[in-house]
Design a binder for this molecule. Structure first.
Ligand SMILES: Cc1cc2nc3c(=O)[nH]c(=O)nc-3n(C[C@H](O)[C@H](O)[C@H](O)COP(=O)(O)O)c2cc1C
Length: 201
């Protein structure tokens, strides 16, 4: 059974640094024979969570939009990867909307006691974040989000790769390690056993 992977590109800037890294990740996954669904947040229609708690009562989100397909993928993929820029120490609102809407899965799991379905291979998550400044703390929020977000869909293991000081469009192509590291991570994620525990931070 091939590994199934969802890759979400989180930037509103087409062809930017995180798009370039997302393409390297997809290339690694596909070269490793994973079946990849690659989506770009800016091309989806996903609105913010209304905090109406309809999901507590109904077990699903009240809002019907492109998130419906992402719920299916979040629950059925062995790997879920978000590749995103840092915006004010967090992530762009188009990516944050997807994260927020995963609340429906969190509620299903923790309020309704409905665990995500068992899969053939262990679930592993990956967040790749790129920031323009040299700031030391710019990735702290993303690291925290990554764990809580993907835990909602049953991902106990979430790896985080970060690259700072990458600002101009395309600047990541000059980064000494990012492209190769992300490609190699894709190759490893495509294996049924995935990444070794704690690899990649
Ligand atoms: C609205 C906005 C907010 C940003 N906030 C931060 C920030 O807090 N820290 C940082 O290091 N870079 C910040 N940046 C810079 C981006 O993270 C950086 O340019 C990144 O390479 C963009 O990736 P992309 O080309 O995939 O969109 C910000 C950029 C924008 C447009």
């Amino acid at each position: 059974m091939a590994v199934r992977a969802l890759v979400i590109a989180g930037s509103p800037r087409a062809g930017g640094n995180s798009d370039i890294l997302a393409e390297r990740l997809v290339a690694g996954l596909q070269d490793g024979a994973a079946v990849v669904e690659f989506v770009k947040a800016r091309e989806l229609s996903v609105s913010n969570c209304r905090a109406c708690y309809y999901c507590s009562r109904a077990g699903r989100c009240i809002t019907r939009d492109d998130m419906e397909r992402l719920y299916e993928l979040l629950l059925s993929c062995h790997r879920v990867c978000l590749v995103t820029p840092i915006f004010f120490c967090l992530i762009p609102s188009i990516a944050q909307a997807i994260v927020e809407r995963t609340q429906a899965l969190w509620v299903r799991r923790y309020h309704r006691g409905e665990d995500p379905p068992e899969l053939e291979h262990p679930r592993q998550g990956l967040v790749v974040a790129v920031g323009g400044t040299r700031g030391q703390n710019i990735f702290a929020g993303v690291r925290c989000m990554a764990r809580y977000w993907l835990d909602s869909a049953g991902f106990r293991e979430v790896h985080v790769l970060t690259y700072n000081n990458v600002d101009e469009k395309g600047a990541v192509r000059n980064h000494p390690t990012a492209l190769e590291e992300v490609y190699r991570t894709g190759l490893e994620l495509a294996r049924p056993e995935g990444l070794a525990p704690m690899a990649g931070g």
